[in-house]
Design a protein around this ligand. Structure first.
Ligand code: GLU
Length: 315
């Protein structure tokens, strides 16, 4: 049975863009009789805000989404993550790194397309263990995955066949930070595998991450899921919706008395599905087809915001 997932990060309130991706993931799994599981990605302790885990659950319920089994709070049991890192270290597929962020930034020009820096491999092959690296340097060690040169190909259900130069763009990337926190690229792979997830539907901003995750999966001997990276929601100026746009937060729409079914209908229409002006998620199950969803951005303007706010519950 196909298993998809919803994987929100409780680092801010969910907004329309998240809602659309989650609806698409839910429709894709449920319309084919699949399972859908929920994982709260709360490993980045510095960015997780109090109350947001509860907030995310409320937002999903307000949208009319459900999931199978208990939600997995990622921080609740990190043993499988620790085991995966140890396994990669033991097999020489990962190594300890004591470089600071500032040192890495000074060593390498930012990659052209974003603010990421490419790690030049300074610590590769230097130490046999984290303990040795920490003793020798007097610093905490991070752990990086060894990334061999060459293109990584991702086959995406919407974007098609895409190649990424992981070695050339970020190089050996961090899988456990110097403060001991497990990095997203590792955690998502290990936890998708332990939850039985074999289908990933999420925003197109994460397509380059799929290439990194594919490398982690290969190193750990795990299967690759099928990926569908859906176009992001952008505002009138073509900018990605930001968490700071409070008026687009689901909580603020809910407080304004908006009918979530108007939002669900917009998500369906903006994904190539004709439907009524208001729709409960279940009502699209028979007609939903992921291949109607575009990989390019969907515009959401002020008129759309106003439309949602005025579609009042009970009206
Ligand atoms: N938790 C991530 C986010 O909210 C999504 C991770 C994923 O879907 O792989 O951006």
């Amino acid at each position: 049975m196909p298993t998809g997932r919803l994987a929100p990060s409780p680092t801010g309130r969910l907004h329309l863009g998240h809602a659309r991706s989650f609806l698409l993931a839910w429709w894709h799994a449920r319309s084919r009789g699949g399972r859908i599981v929920l994982r709260i990605e709360d490993l980045d302790r510095d960015r997780v805000k109090p109350g947001h885990v509860e907030g995310v659950l409320e937002d999903l319920a307000w949208l009319g989404l459900d999931w199978d089994g208990e939600p997995l709070l990622q921080s609740a049991d990190t043993t499988p993550l620790a085991r995966a890192v140890d396994d990669l270290l033991e097999r020489g597929l990962a190594y300890p790194c004591v470089c600071t962020r500032a040192e890495v930034a000074a060593l390498s020009a930012p990659h052209a397309s974003d603010d990421e820096t490419r790690y030049p491999g300074t610590c590769r092959g230097k130490w046999r263990s984290c303990a040795e690296a920490e003793r020798a340097s007097g610093r905490q060690a991070a752990v990086r995955l060894v990334v061999e040169p060459g293109l990584v190909e991702v086959v995406d259900g919407l974007a098609g066949r895409r190649s990424f130069d992981v070695a050339g763009s970020v190089g050996d990337f961090v899988i456990r930070r110097r403060d001991g926190a497990f990095a997203y690229q590792l955690a998502v792979v290990v936890d998708d595998a332990r939850m039985g997830v074999d289908e990933v539907v999420r925003g197109a901003d994460l397509l380059p991450s799929a290439a990194r995750q594919k490398l982690v999966q290969t190193a750990l001997g795990l299967a690759h899921p099928n990926w569908w990276h859906v176009g992001l929601v952008v505002d009138e100026s073509g900018e990605r919706l930001a968490k700071r746009r409070g008026d687009l937060a689901l909580a603020s729409l809910r407080e304004a008395g908006a009918d979530p079914r108007a939002l669900v209908a917009w998500a369906a229409r903006s994904s190539g599905h004709a439907c009524a002006a208001r729709l409960a998620p279940r009502e699209l199950l028979r007609d939903f087809r992921i291949d109607r969803v575009g990989a390019s951005p969907t515009r959401f303007g002020q008129a759309d915001v106003d439309g949602l706010r005025t579609a009042q519950l009970g009206a």
